[in-house]
Design a protein around this ligand. Structure first.
Ligand code: PEP
Ligand code: MN
Length: 341
């Protein structure tokens, strides 16, 4: 038994009574008030509950039904929560009608460069500024990011432009610095199954964008979201960013079918990163449009004023004028699927 569905107008006292009963079985329970129904989600090893105990809970006052969730990701599962989760990032609602565009450089390189890019993406209609301060580079000899200095520049760019900030965390030891500056915490593809890191961001009160692992199945990815949610943080956003396949024409294979698959399986918002998905600037616009067409709630796009001089991922970064074009071309696609940019 994983969900206790309550009858409408069940009193607080009856809810407390049910919670106590569940807790006496060593289970944790959370009450969630939906627009239609109030339900109690049960977390922990629910297989320990016998059928007799389940029947006893079923007949308690206020209980309409008890349901078992067969999926191993319970909190992330659509059966657990039917309505789409909407995540408020400084007034920007991710998972609503508006598709949010996160844009900026791969890495924060300098203050002037970041400010320039931030102003350009803001003017073109982005609502969130991306930029890595701690960079997960394949080679230890390439630019590793500016660290906390980079976080400070991001915060200054927010101050100046009103854009919200997203930046990656690589190490639980950086959590305090990250919490001080960012609005969304990004977990990169290489850390999708860094469970200690997932638990760390699960314990804070800040939205988390969880990128899909390089070769992770959708189920494994949802289990990682479950790690975050199991610690209490329900504000997870999933981000498809391409997976490893035999194909070499593109950096990765952007699995856009993951978007409608996730929409069936989970209530969490879904973002798409076409920049890392294809690794080539000339394919970013068509894949971004495709992502919107299949139901993405947000896009994350790399933009650089001088891609040829970028310290990382220049080959997949859009120049600001191309980013403007992208924003224009996304409009009719969004409209066609009942969304707005
Ligand atoms: C990034 O966003 O710059 C990044 C490193 O992404 P990923 O983790 O998807 O490779
Ligand atoms: Mn990058």
């Amino acid at each position: 038994m994983d969900i206790v569905v309550l009858k409408p107008d069940t009193s607080d006292e009856n809810i407390r009574h049910i919670l106590k009963r569940l807790e006496s079985k060593g289970l944790k329970a959370t009450v969630s008030h939906g627009t239609e129904r109030t339900i109690i989600g049960v977390i922990g090893d629910t297989s320990r509950i016998t059928e007799e105990e389940e029947d006893a809970i079923r007949v308690m006052t206020g209980v309409e039904n008890v349901v078992r969730i067969l999926k191993p990701y319970k909190l992330a599962c659509r059966d657990f929560k039917m309505e789409d989760t909407k995540i408020d990032v400084g007034g920007n609602i991710i998972g609503g009608r508006k598709i949010h565009i996160m844009a900026g450089p791969c890495a924060v390189e300098s203050k002037t460069n970041l400010m320039m890019i931030a102003e350009k993406v803001k003017k073109a209609g982005a609502t969130i500024l991306r930029g890595g301060a701690y960079k997960p580079r394949t080679s230890p000899y390439t630019f590793q990011g500016l660290g906390e200095e980079g976080l400070r520049y991001l915060a200054e760019a927010r101050e100046k432009t009103g854009l919200q900030i997203i930046t990656e965390i690589m190490d639980p030891r950086d959590i305090d610095a990250i919490m001080e500056y960012t609005d969304i915490i990004q977990i990169g593809t290489r850390n999708m199954q860094n469970f200690r890191l997932l638990l760390e961001v699960g314990a804070v009160d800040k939205p988390v964008l969880l990128k899909r692992g390089l070769s992770a199945s959708i189920k494994e990815w949802l289990m990682s979201a479950e790690y975050i949610m199991s610690r209490g943080n329900q504000r997870a956003i999933l981000c498809e960013r391409g997976i490893r396949t035999f194909e070499t024409a593109t950096r990765n294979t952007l699995d856009l079918s993951a978007v409608p698959v996730l929409k069936q399986l989970t209530h969490l918002p879904v973002a798409v990163d076409p920049s890392h998905g294809v690794g080539r600037w000339d394919l970013v616009i068509p894949m971004a449009k495709a992502a919107v067409a299949v139901g993405a709630d947000a896009l994350i796009i790399e933009v650089h004023t001088n891609p040829e001089d970028a310290l990382s991922d220049g080959e997949q970064s859009l120049r600001p004028d191309m980013f403007v074009r992208l924003m224009q071309e996304l409009q009719p696609v969004a409209q066609a699927v009942g969304r707005e940019i």
